[in-house]
Design a binder for this molecule. Structure first.
Ligand code: HEM
Length: 552
């Protein structure tokens, strides 16, 4: 039997748990701060019990653990009960019940790398709107994109873009106030006008020539090379030139990446994606020493940025840093160094990873579809009969080349870009969505939907991008194709990325004969891909190559 004193103590503890829920529900706090408060409270309870009552130290410890468990249990059960209750604003949306209780289920699906397949299945089962978290909706509708991403009142980024709490910086990619984002984007955008982009062509051509030499140099005795790795190194080297000009220390095609810079960058992107579903946990995780590997790129980018700032007076051509280092438009104040360091790391990651990933997929699909590969070779041979210099403008005019790239992007960009509904709520595709809800269009479902791309939507068919090639009635819903997204947070590097991919696909196709090695498991390449925003190829793309001239 419990004494009246004990009963009172438990009643107070349970009430404290419920009251904490009410407070935290309205005013979420940073995870690392919450962890400190919790630790301090534990110590205070223990001391209170030990010094304030006559119990032994062991008994005080037992009671502290018991009270903490009761308190945590009351807090957790109130939270879960509310999330399942009809009072919750998303109560009427269908979805797998287990996912309603906590964002952990979504984080686990994200960490597994197959979230896009899981979401596609959920949409097939529950329809266009699926509740996938306490406060999250996944939406599969090409009409939703306008309200969420592109319209005049496009929504702000959701909590998964939260910069770890202790980093006090404004960075383009992360969740920052609308005005701060717009101001920073204006500065970045100067580097991506057609004039700005053309300043990077020299580096692009030089690096793409180096890519061919790098591939041939790294072939084993059977002529087989890990193309995924070569493409990673190529795209990082280009971004080093683009961001830091002559101050880049990235020479991965030449020196390799023994320190795991690229894998660290990918892990950081993935950690952000997974823990971004539970921002309070990310604030804690980011302090752990195990994340050291992930900070490597940030440190190196910071170091190169500082070197670049020191060299400011001596640099005669425009790299991205020259725009960022210049003074901020509205205030006339320079961008703080800590912001520049994060922006530099973001530029390298945002500009290299998706390009290298898309390139691996494009080459893979071409090798699996010899008709498309032959078609492309014919187009390139006709356009460049003397193998004269490839130029960005001439390549951009080749319809099949662009179709190949679009098709590769369609099948390899399962982005799930979270945005937050403004407090007043919103109507998406005719459905009222409560304010504060986190929403995202499941682009994988959209880009693989038969209604948008026909019954062969899962198949690589570049012809679908050429008007009339698949017959008049073949569907091609371009609105459902969103590899670069659009609107306020649209990819700044779209034009340059398309130039990079056209240049590399053309250069590889014209310089090399490529095929799969004899024992290569072609199916496993796709089934072993994991996407946690960054793409992890657990089976790299191995390709057998031979220089074209030698082959003839
Ligand atoms: C195939 C290549 C690429 C793809 C598929 C791609 C895709 C995207 C997507 C979907 C976003 C929106 C991300 C979000 O809202 O979470 C984005 C943003 C961004 N991308 Fe790209 N990107 C590519 C290449 C590049 C390149 C080459 C650069 C730079 C040279 C670049 C720079 C950026 C930047 C700076 C942002 C942030 C824009 C903002 O938040 O306002 N991207 N990209």
């Amino acid at each position: 039997m419990m004494s009246p004193e004990e009963s009172r103590m438990y009643a107070i503890t349970i009430t404290a748990g419920v009251v904490s829920w009410v407070i935290l529900h309205r005013n979420p706090i940073r995870g690392d701060r919450a962890a400190c408060v919790a630790a301090a409270t534990l110590v205070a309870i223990y001391c209170g019990l030990y010094f304030g009552t006559k119990v032994t130290s062991i008994h005080a410890l037992q009671l502290t653990i018991l009270l903490t468990t009761v308190y945590g249990g009351a807090l957790a059960s109130t939270t879960v009960a509310y999330r399942f209750s009809p009072l919750h604003p998303l109560a009427l949306f269908p979805g797998p019940k287990l996912w309603f209780s906590s964002s952990i289920r979504l984080a686990v699906a994200s960490a597994g790398g197959h979230r896009h397949h899981v979401l596609s299945k959920l949409h097939r089962r529950y329809g266009k709107f699926v509740r996938i978290g306490p406060n999250h909706l996944s939406i599969s509708s090409s009409h939703a994109g306008h309200v969420i991403y592109t319209g005049a009142n496009a929504m702000s980024k959701g909590p998964s873009y939260t910069i770890p709490g202790h980093v006090d910086a404004v960075a383009l990619f992360f969740k920052v106030p609308k005005e701060a984002h717009a101001e920073r984007k204006r500065i970045w955008a100067q580097a991506f006008t057609s004039n700005g982009v053309s300043a990077f062509y020299v580096a692009l051509r030089k690096r793409t020539h180096e890519l061919v030499s790098c591939i041939l140099r790294r072939c084993n005795k059977d002529g087989v090379v890990d193309l995924t790795e070569c493409l990673d190194h190529w795209s990082y080297d280009i971004m080093g030139d683009m961001v830091f000009g002559g101050c880049s220390e990235l020479e991965l095609m030449k020196n390799g990446d023994a320190g795991g810079l690229i894998s660290g960058g990918r892990m950081a992107t993935a950690a952000n994606e997974v823990f971004g579903q539970i921002p309070w946990l990310m604030d804690i995780v980011w302090h752990l020493p195990t994340t050291k590997h992930m900070h490597q790129l940030h440190h190196l980018a910071g170091h190169m940025m500082r070197r670049r700032m020191d060299a400011s007076g001596t640099v005669d051509h425009k790299d991205l840093s020259s725009y960022l280092i210049s003074r901020e438009h509205a205030t006339g104040n320079p961008i703080p160094v800590r912001d520049l360091e994060i922006d530099a790391a973001i530029a390298i990651l945002a500009g290299s990873d998706p390009v290298a990933t898309a390139m691996s997929f494009i080459v893979y699909f071409l090798l699996r579809h010899p008709n498309s590969y032959n078609h492309l070779q014919r187009e390139l041979e006709e356009a460049f009969p003397d193998q004269e210099h490839l130029t960005e403008d001439k390549l951009a005019a080749l319809p099949y080349l662009t179709a190949v790239i679009n098709e590769g992007l369609r099948l390899s960009t399962p982005f799930f870009l979270q945005r937050q509904v403004p407090m007043g709520g919103s109507t998406i595709d005719g459905v009222a969505i409560p304010g504060g809800t986190i929403v995202a269009v499941d682009s994988h479902s959209q880009q693989h939907d038969e209604e948008n791309f026909g019954p062969d939507a899962d198949t690589f068919r570049p012809e679908r991008w050429l008007p009339g090639e698949l017959g008049t009635y073949a569907p091609l819903n371009k609105r459902a194709f969103t590899p670069f997204t659009a609107g306020r947070y649209a990819c700044l590097g779209k034009t340059f990325a398309m130039h990079e991919m056209r240049m590399a696909v053309a250069q590889l196709t014209m310089s090399l004969d490529m095929s799969f090695p004899d024992n290569y498991d072609q199916g496993a390449f796709l089934s072993k891909v994991r996407v946690v925003r960054a793409t992890f190829f657990e089976q790299p793309l191995l390709v057998k190559v031979q220089p074209k001239a030698a082959a003839k």
